[in-house]
Design a protein. Structure first.
Length: 196
């Protein structure tokens, strides 16, 4: 992190100090205002490199957020369906998951718990698939954030806020909302739909 910050500071120093602006030449004098400048060629190269690197980093960050959120949902679903080994799973079975669902939703009647567990599972699978393929990414990222906030509130009111922090539920919700604000398209079905 320190090296990255030093690189950015050095880059800004080179752009702003070492590479002073060049006055405009061969321009229409009527349009020229006093003190108008165009950047030097060297500065253009540095700015282009910085912008290009920033664009690549934004694409990588967006892809990483999409994958991590989607795979987190799919891992939780796989756990409750017994697809993970018993040694590493939290629930391991659907019945254990429904017991936990009843624990964090004590205000719902026992008869509604299977429906709540089923709806939560279906939503997690649908949101994960759409985030993986990049279909309506902004919408499904927001919906994922709201789903995680509902989960965080249920955990908080049933067992206290410590579990919310221990399992980073608020961090995951914030990541969903951050993803929903990233407007560039990268390896997404949305970009194919916009072209067609």
């Amino acid at each position: 992190v320190i090296l990255k910050n030093l690189f950015l500071i050095e880059l800004l120093y080179v752009i702003l100090v070492k590479s002073p602006p060049t006055p405009l030449r061969n321009t229409n004098r009527a349009k020229l205002t006093e003190g108008a400048y165009i950047p030097s060629t060297r500065r253009n190269q540095w700015v282009y490199a910085l912008v290009y690197k920033t664009k690549i980093m934004q694409n990588i960050i967006k892809l990483a957020l999409r994958l991590s959120i989607a795979l987190g949902f799919l891992s939780a679903v796989a756990d409750r369906l017994g697809l993970w080994d018993e040694e590493i799973s939290n629930w391991g079975t659907w019945e254990s998951f429904l017991d936990y669902t009843a624990f964090i939703n004590p205000w719902f009647p026992e008869s509604m718990i299977p429906a709540i567990g089923f709806v939560a599972t279906v939503l997690e699978v649908v949101f994960a698939v759409f985030l993986l393929i990049g279909f309506k990414t902004s919408l499904f990222a927001k919906l994922s954030g709201y789903l995680l906030l509902i989960f965080a509130l249920s955990m908080t009111f049933s067992s206290g806020i410590k579990g919310v922090f221990d399992y980073s539920v608020l961090t995951a919700a914030a990541a969903c909302f951050a993803l929903s604000e990233m407007k560039t398209k990268y390896l997404e079905v949305d970009s194919l739909i916009q072209r067609g």
